[in-house]
Design a protein around this ligand. Structure first.
Ligand SMILES: [Zn+2]
Length: 247
């Protein structure tokens, strides 16, 4: 399995190995642990690989210069959502790996691609809030990719990252195969501001990884607005309706 280096900003995309879902059944196997350790040691001395095309990259993760140059802007993104890229090509592959593989460090490095999209918000934002996963989904996946994406943005804006401000109170089915109306119904009232959180008068930057119709971001924004916050919505990439989209 492709291994990533944890504990830093480095993402190592291993030798011609492909992302696959985490194998929790063998998590506690001593043999698997030793194998994983050996792979991590191997990765320490091997070159980085681009998360979009798998070639060795001379630059920092997640994408090589060629894949960065191939980044495309979104076509017809939903209203009131800042979204710098389209979910296509190498970035689409890298996001899918971060979202459906077990690669939190890759998700964190993808956050660096969001930083240029918030330069004008410096001094204007009080908190960065990632769109939360339901606790059951978080347990299965092991991390929230939107939370990992948000780290670089919060660091760049020098404001607190507040993942506990917003909760997902319903574990909704995937949005992937739903039409616009069903998507809205699926996530309606799925989010709530955490008890004891005081957001009145704050300007919140709400971050998700991928946006399609905007249904998830709008549903997550609603309780923040109701609590008196002002909200700016941000997503890394816009997925066309007919693709394997999520939000
Ligand atoms: Zn590349």
């Amino acid at each position: 399995m492709t291994r990533l280096l944890f504990g830093g900003s480095k993402v190592h995309w291993g030798r011609n190995r492909r992302a696959r879902p985490p194998d929790h059944s063998s998590m506690h196997s001593p043999a698997r642990f030793i194998l994983g350790l050996a792979r991590d040691l191997f990765d320490l001395v091997a070159p980085y690989r681009c998360a979009g095309c798998d070639v060795p990259s001379p630059t920092a993760p997640p994408l090589c210069p060629r894949c960065r140059d191939a980044l495309e802007g979104p076509e017809d993104p939903p209203a009131d959502v800042r979204v710098p890229y389209a979910w296509v090509g190498p970035l689409g592959l890298a996001i899918a790996r971060a979202k459906y593989g077990s690669y939190p460090a890759l998700a964190a490095s993808l956050g660096s691609l969001l930083v240029p999209a918030v330069g004008d918000l410096r001094g204007e934002i009080h908190r960065v809030v990632p769109v939360p996963l339901h606790p059951a989904r978080l347990t299965t996946r092991g991390y929230n990719q939107s939370m990992e994406l948000s780290r670089a943005v919060a660091r760049s804006l020098m404001v607190p990252l507040s993942p506990m401000s917003l909760h997902r109170v319903r574990d909704t089915p995937s949005q992937r195969t739903l039409g616009r109306a069903d998507r809205e119904a699926n996530v309606r009232d799925a989010f709530a501001v955490a008890q004891g959180q005081t957001l009145r008068g704050l300007r919140v930057l709400l971050i998700d990884d991928v946006v399609t119709t905007g249904a998830t971001l709008y549903a997550a924004r609603a309780p923040l607005l109701a609590s008196g916050a002002t909200v700016v919505c941000l997503a890394l990439a816009h997925a066309p309706r007919m693709s394997a989209s999520v939000g």
